[in-house]
Design a protein around this ligand. Structure first.
Ligand code: MG
Length: 381
């Protein structure tokens, strides 16, 4: 029986993780759950799974939840609460699907407590990849990707040696605005971006998918997870989202991982790794799909992807600036306070303003993250 904590249990990935647990009650036991503020959903999950500990990031909401729960469940709050859920004694694996760089702190503490990590929170690696991977090695902890592309690469690499990798080929659906002209993109609205053709995702990642920033963050994530130079990570647009990513080896062999687009597959694999279990995910029928197509990403219409390559090439604290700026800008775009192209415009401005340095602690990164968020807010005034 694997004992799990789920950080972000009420979000899109969290709910799908809960479904997988429900389908495999003989395999998994939920010990802890954590969410930002959705206490109605948390209450349902407490009643169904009887976790030992529950964290609500929002302290007021935590109090309300505590007053409603008469189980033996311990209710905690704030970042300290998230850390408690992530480091609980009885937990074997922490699934982290918190949105944004705020997720890096509980991930870090979970690693120090020698918990394996099923990582859906890509911002953790974008911002703090160096420290996170160093600590994971030091503490003999596995970081198993939940991001579908990275899960694909991870699966392609089973039984292989990282030194034989020639290239990683990340596939991108191209997002909801793949075919939109630059002129129309200038006035593209957030609610159109939320209608993703293939993937059912949260709000933030849906916007990142529309700008291709998501793919840029994934390039950085892949660099850290697989210890590979970003020059050896290619992106190819594959609108059907059937091939979830590929690895090219030194002998020119290319291995791809395929399946119908469902986040339940990479979530389940991360939880069952190194074995596989039966799942409710529909089977891929290639004769029904018939056509798989591929095209180059358009960096002119989607400059965020190039900005992410630039940030990781500069290295140090620059990806932290790229990410912090993007998080603020996406939340502004979701409130219709800025336009689609303001996102790359201000990310680039922030990057130009920042002198990158080689960080040695999470505190330094938190400082940079705070600086860039304030800087963007001031610029937009
Ligand atoms: Mg992905």
């Amino acid at each position: 029986m694997k004992k799990i904590s789920i950080l972000g249990s009420t979000g899109s990935i969290g709910l799908q993780t809960v479904e997988i647990v429900r389908e495999h009650l003989d395999k998994f036991k939920i010990i802890g759950i954590a969410a930002m503020s959705n206490i109605e959903k948390l209450e349902e999950q407490i009643n169904e799974f009887k976790p030992e500990i529950v964290a609500v990031f929002n302290e007021e909401k935590a109090k309300i939840l505590a007053s409603k729960i008469n189980e033996k469940t311990k209710i905690v709050s704030g970042m300290q609460g998230l850390i408690e859920v992530a480091t609980h004694d009885r937990v074997d694996i922490v699934l982290n699907s918190v949105v944004g760089s705020v997720g890096m702190i509980p991930t870090y503490h979970a690693i120090l407590s020698k918990k394996n990590i099923a990582l859906a929170n890509k911002e953790t690696l974008v911002v703090a990849g160096k420290i996170i991977m160093q600590e994971a090695i030091k503490n003999n902890v596995s970081i198993i990707p939940v991001d579908s592309e990275h899960s694909a690469i991870f699966q392609c690499l089973q039984g292989e040696s990282v030194k034989d990798i020639e290239k990683i080929i990340l596939t991108a659906s191209g997002g909801p605005f793949r075919k939109m002209s630059k002129e129309n993109l200038k006035s593209a609205k957030y609610y159109d971006a939320l209608k993703h053709p293939n993937w059912d995702m949260g709000r933030k990642i849906s916007i990142d998918s529309a700008t291709l920033m998501n793919k840029g963050l994934e390039v950085i994530e892949a660099k850290w997870l697989f210890d590979i130079s970003c020059e050896d990570i290619d992106v190819v647009v594959h609108p059907q989202s059937i091939i979830h990513s590929m690895v090219e080896f030194s002998d020119s062999s290319v291995i791809a991982q395929m399946g119908l687009p469902s986040m339940k597959l990479p979530i389940q694999y991360a939880l069952t790794y190194p074995t596989r279990e039966k799942s409710s995910i529909p089977k891929l029928k290639l004769s029904e799909i018939r056509t798989l197509t591929f095209e180059e990403p358009d960096l002119d219409r989607f400059p965020c992807l190039q900005l992410a390559y630039d940030a990781i090439k500069i290295g140090g604290t620059m990806p932290c600036v790229l990410n912090g700026a993007n998080e603020v800008l996406v939340s502004k775009y979701l409130k219709e306070e800025i336009s689609f192209y303001d996102i790359p415009k201000y990310v680039e401005k922030a990057m130009n303003k920042h002198s990158s340095f080689d960080y040695t602690s999470l505190d330094e990164l938190l400082e940079v993250d705070k600086w860039v968020r304030n800087w963007i807010m001031n610029e937009l005034k």
